[in-house]
Write a protein of this length. Structure first.
Length: 156
């Protein structure tokens, strides 16, 4: 596998350091990042997004969601449940392990809400860019071709 070195670009850009760091982390092997639970990221509108995570078997009291400084953290911790006396699990295909997944959020992205439905955890996000940071149109004024010249009266 090839490794791309972004270090020359760090010197020629200002403010994009985080972008290159995220690109660098994408090149890490799959074993370095957890793959459980699986998730989807969808765009639901111009400035709204949704993260859907498959958390079958978890109740809403076993899942904790925190957003702090552009990092969204989702933790799930299963309580040990007894299968009854004399009951023994022969094959376990449903994952019952705890997890923690972190998402790096872009600037001005806020968590709007979360819902657990049919084993899927849906986290809704919205990007709210402040008015002073939005692009604004600047009018261009032109000087007229017939500029008036004011003559001064000279007194001799």
């Amino acid at each position: 596998m090839r490794h791309v070195d972004f270090s020359p670009l760090y010197r020629s850009t200002v403010g994009f350091d985080r972008l290159f760091t995220m690109l660098d982390s994408l090149g890490q092997p799959e074993s370095a990042s957890p793959s459980y639970p699986p998730y989807n990221i969808e765009r639901t509108g111009e400035d709204s997004y949704r993260i859907s995570m498959a958390v079958a078997g978890f109740s809403d009291s076993e899942i904790e969601i925190q957003s702090h400084r552009n990092v969204l953290s989702v933790k799930g911790e299963r309580k040990e449940e007894g299968n009854g006396e004399g009951s023994e699990v022969i094959y376990r295909g449903i994952a019952a392990r705890s997890f923690e997944r972190r998402f790096q959020l872009a600037d001005h992205v806020e968590v709007v809400g979360a819902a657990l439905k049919n084993g899927l955890l849906h986290i809704d996000l919205k990007r709210n860019v402040p008015e002073e940071l939005k692009p604004r149109k600047i009018a261009i004024t032109s000087t007229s071709a017939k500029a008036k010249q004011i003559e001064a009266n000279t007194v001799n």
